[in-house]
Design a protein around this ligand. Structure first.
Ligand code: HEM
Length: 138
């Protein structure tokens, strides 16, 4: 009986890890994530609504940081070594509308790379909690 309970607990503990690994794989692993993030940053810089936020930011730097962050957050082997979301965004005066626009731009980048809708939803769900650290204006 104890062995059965231990086996069930181990199986339960494995579920989130496996779900996470699937998302990393579904996004096309490191190469797929980097391709989407490159497209995403190009779109952000060109965007008429929030492009001004990104004018001074190095494309290479942001693509690398976002790729590492997404790779790590979806169970991939990368290590994100950048600033916390709070620290890196606190002086930028980002509002909810800016955040929502960024999500739309990310969806456009994922659509362009044929990332399946369910995979898009799963990634957005993982990023959504960052809203509280990024948005500092109404
Ligand atoms: C879930 C939402 C977001 C995520 C996951 C995210 C992620 C990141 C990451 C990983 C960095 C690099 C941090 C570092 O290593 O220093 C960064 C920087 C930056 N983010 Fe975000 N971000 C989000 C939302 C936003 C929004 C809504 C805006 C503005 C509309 C924004 C504007 C910027 C800018 C301008 C920088 C560069 C700051 C600099 O040049 O040092 N971010 N973001």
């Amino acid at each position: 009986m104890k062995a059965l309970i231990a086996a069930l607990l181990c199986a339960a503990a494995l579920v989130p890890a496996r779900a996470t690994d699937n998302l990393y794989r579904d996004l096309g692993e490191t190469a797929g994530i980097t391709a989407v993030m490159g497209d995403f940053v190009d779109r952000l810089k060109a965007d008429t609504v929030i492009g001004h936020f990104f004018k001074e930011t190095s494309r290479k730097f942001l693509v690398k940081q976002l790729s590492d962050q997404v790779c790590q957050a979806t169970g991939g082997p990368c290590v994100y070594d950048g600033e916390t979301m709070k620290k890196s965004h606190e002086k930028l005066k980002i509002g909810s509308a800016d955040f929502n626009r960024l999500v739309e731009v990310l969806q456009d980048a994922m659509d362009a790379r044929q990332v399946p809708f369910a995979t898009q939803r799963a990634l957005l769900a993982r990023l959504a909690p960052m809203h509280r650290d990024v948005v500092t204006q109404p």
